[in-house]
Design a binder for this molecule. Structure first.
Ligand SMILES: [Zn+2]
Length: 419
């Protein structure tokens, strides 16, 4: 078992306390001791890492990852990729996120049924580098819903499995449980990119949502949902969905319902994708003007207001921005933390806590993940500079002097530029 002592660091422990000059001792896969600078650490046989005044903080946690999304401009392109190549590219993306400082990922859908599962298992077994991952099913959607990209005369697919009726949802959910998912993902509302089912429509039925939640309860798993409008969020809450994605267009009554379940639910707005689709996708034919016409401006503006309201009410709002598209690539995920500061008016500390402490909670490991405390898993980032002064430095991989996962130093191999 290796013992590593970080010295000369500013410890941002993500308990909520201010950073302090200190030392952190890692023994095996866990943090053994956190002590102020100058205090002697009884540690023989340790490897000392001089942090040179950098910040030592927990590894970042992505709450809406799509490691199997291939950074394509159009989701249907993923459907053309055979499973074998798709698995290799998913493993590449896992490496990219780890290199970008993400040591944990809560998947928000796998583009093919077993990609997340196989990836998670290989990472957990130490066979591949990557963040610790909770595996999701593909997006379970209805005909004409988000992700149904079939044409009448031609079968096509992307990241979704099209199901109709309580029986089909129940059967597929059970099959995914058999294969080993951690989370079942359902698309309750429509989306701006789906003309037949825009964001304001609730397209799944009560019985379909209940069928999936029922399967999850029986197997002690969680359900995550795509839900843009009030009705779909309320339907999710009625049936016990734990993870609500988006929630842009929600009214006061829905905010109050979320507040009433604040210790049970997580909300991740995925502002990153909306932001880049609106402002940075011109090269792919989506000018801001086109984006506004498609409702993305409203999606962003109302999403911001909804998240501010939920944050004020004490609901856990987490970064994670649907990275995995051409203009919103896997590896640039830390931009969401900056969005929380610039768009949602989180303080840098609040935004960083949402990506670490709350991240540990959404991973179901708040007792051992996402903070620097004795006994916690040693997932650590040594960053040059102070992210509390500028959270933007977390998007700059050149600032990472060390990335540790499970007590092991990770060597960055992927030097692709993500600027
Ligand atoms: Zn997503």
């Amino acid at each position: 078992m290796s013992r590593i002592l970080f010295t000369n660091v500013s410890v941002l422990d993500c308990t909520g306390a201010d950073p302090f000059p200190g030392q952190v001792l890692v023994d095996g896969e866990r943090i053994k001791a956190v002590v102020p600078a100058g205090k002697l650490v009884a540690a023989s046989g340790v490897t000392v890492v001089d942090g040179r005044g950098g910040t030592l903080m927990p590894g970042l946690i992505e709450s809406h990852s799509h490691l199997s999304f291939l950074d394509c401009p159009s989701s249907v392109e993923m459907g053309f990729v055979p499973p074998e190549e798709h698995m290799l590219l998913t493993a590449r993306n896992a490496r990219r996120l780890l290199d970008a400082g993400f040591t944990s990922c809560m998947s928000a859908a796998s583009a093919k049924p077993r990609l997340d599962i196989a990836l998670r298992n290989a990472i957990d077994a130490g066979e591949l580098p990557g963040p610790r991952t909770l595996a999701a099913s593909p997006e379970m959607t209805v005909s004409a819903g988000l992700g149904d990209v079939r044409l009448w005369h031609m079968y096509r697919e992307n990241f979704a499995v099209v199901l109709n009726g309580e029986q089909e949802f129940r059967r597929f959910a059970r099959e995914m449980v058999r294969e080993g998912v951690d989370t079942l993902k359902i698309n309750i509302s429509g989306d701006a990119g789906t003309p037949a089912s825009p964001s304001g429509r609730t397209v799944m039925t009560e019985a379909e949502v209940e069928a999936v939640c029922d399967v999850a309860r029986a197997h002690e798993l969680r359900v995550a949902c795509h839900a843009r409008n009030s009705e779909s969020v309320q339907m999710a809450l009625r049936h016990g969905v734990e993870i609500i994605y988006h929630a842009n267009f929600i009214d006061d009554a829905t905010c109050a319902m979320l507040e009433a379940q604040a210790d049970r639910v997580f909300v991740a707005p995925t502002l990153g994708a909306t932001y880049t689709t609106l402002y940075e996708a011109g090269e792919w034919g989506m000018s801001t003007e086109v984006g506004e016409r498609r409702g993305l401006g409203e999606e962003l503006r109302q999403g911001i207001e909804s998240m501010k309201a939920l944050h004020r009410r004490g609901v856990r709002v987490l970064p994670g921005g649907d990275y995995g598209f051409a203009w919103n690539r896997n590896g640039t995920n830390a931009r969401d933390i900056a969005h929380f500061v610039s768009l949602l008016e989180f303080t840098p500390m609040q935004a960083i806590l949402a990506a670490t402490k709350l991240g540990g909670e959404i991973m179901l490991r708040g007792h051992e993940l996402g903070q620097i405390k004795p006994g916690y898993l040693a997932d650590l980032l040594l960053v040059e500079g102070d992210p509390l002064q500028d959270v933007g430095i977390l998007t700059d991989r050149k600032r990472f002097r060390a990335i540790m996962k499970n007590g092991e130093m990770q060597t960055c191999q992927d030097r692709v530029s993500y600027s």
